[in-house]
Design a protein around this ligand. Structure first.
Ligand code: TYM
Length: 332
């Protein structure tokens, strides 16, 4: 079976629909066909300043949500990044073959550091994509299911794998980004040309899986739509309605064409009302299952410990090979 690795940051109280539709949904599906490794990337979550107690809580909530969304610890390896010290260890080596200019060109770093101001942005934020490359390469992943916003980081990962292999001998599998086009960029409900994001300018633009469904329904009802009245899928001319149709289609399993057909002669309000219902039906069981996992944190922690052990068994072998290729003297 081909190998998969992906990660998600525990930087919010809940995942949003972009995280779910762009990534997590595919993680769940790939358990059937791939050998899957999924991690909650807490090391990445401290690059922009954080609260320690909140991070610990959010790490558990993230793991619980992933299980509630359909990750099965019998079929995938689910773990917390900081439990596997090989990640930052390989990260150091990858950093030493990354160009300073190359890292400076990462658009996510440029955006986030510009927002924070160069004196407040951390070096950890700068080296973030290098650690991400290490996450992936440690597991010899063939495929990395992510949303569109991670494409550039995946390109860097491929470049670094190839560079290391050329310089020190074939060591790493060169991974492919696995990006499902239809749901690769779910957009903000208030600003339908920008991606739905944890750092959105207004909470009204994002639908959180764990949020009160009544609030989510309200956000959907007040989503920015487009001029005109017809319900058509046209991301360039009608980004608001097209985003709602994308979400509706992905959550209901009905094709966009079928939905457009079903809403001929109806208005935006009808579509929003029905979509709110679909979202409600979707989040309800996820919220219930998340609560069950969080009610028994010691069981959850045990599950993550098992995952970490399975992950380490793979990561340690790759790191050992990389250390050897680089020329580190083995301890006796
Ligand atoms: P993060 O935590 O920001 O997001 C998790 C996943 O959700 C996807 N995503 C979206 N997809 C579609 N539409 C959106 N609006 C949307 N917003 C977020 C992201 O593309 C991502 O797949 N750097 C990564 C975490 C990471 C990682 C890794 C990923 C660390 N190491 C190794 C893969 C492999 C990140 O910030 O994800």
């Amino acid at each position: 079976r081909p190998r998969v690795l992906s990660g998600i940051q525990p930087t919010a109280d809940s995942f949003h629909l972009g995280n779910y539709l762009g990534a997590v949904r595919n993680w769940v599906a790939m358990q059937e066909t791939h050998d899957t490794f999924y991690c909650v990337v807490d090391l990445h979550a401290i690059t922009m300043g954080h609260d320690p107690a909140l991070l610990r809580q959010r790490t558990r909530v993230a793991a619980a949500q992933l299980l509630a969304a359909g990750l099965d610890p019998e079929r995938c390896t689910l773990f917390v990044q900081s439990h596997v010290p090989e990640h930052p260890q390989l990260g150091w080596i990858m950093g030493c073959i990354t160009g300073f200019g190359e890292a400076s060109r990462m658009t996510q770093f440029k955006d986030k550091s510009a927002k924070q101001g160069v004196d407040r942005a951390s070096v950890g934020l700068f080296t973030y994509p290098i650690l991400q490359a290490a996450d992936i390469l440690l597991y010899q992943a063939d495929a990395v299911p992510v949303g569109e916003d991670q494409r550039q980081h995946l390109e860097l990962t491929r470049d670094l794998a190839q560079r290391f292999n050329r310089q020190f001998g074939k060591t790493f599998t060169v991974p492919e980004a696995y990006i499902v086009r239809d749901t690769a960029k779910i957009t903000d409900l208030q600003e339908p040309t920008a991606k739905m994001s944890k750092s959105a300018s207004t909470p009204a633009g994002i639908i959180e899986l764990l949020d009160d469904p009544a609030r989510s329904a309200k956000k959907i009802r007040s989503a920015v739509t487009d001029t005109g009245r017809e319900i058509l899928f046209d991301p360039a001319e009608k980004p608001g309605i097209s985003n709602l149709l994308t979400i509706y289609s992905a959550l209901s399993g009905r094709s966009v064409a079928e939905l457009v057909e079903a809403y001929v002669g109806k208005g935006y309000g009808d579509l929003k009302k029905d979509l709110a219902e679909v979202v409600l039906e979707f989040v309800r069981p996820i919220q219930e299952r998340t609560r069950v996992y969080l009610d028994d944190p010691s069981q959850l922690d045990k599950l993550l410990a098992v995952g970490a052990e399975k992950a380490r068994a793979v990561a340690a072998v790759t790191l050992q090979t990389a250390y050897d290729r680089v020329g580190f003297l083995p301890p006796v």
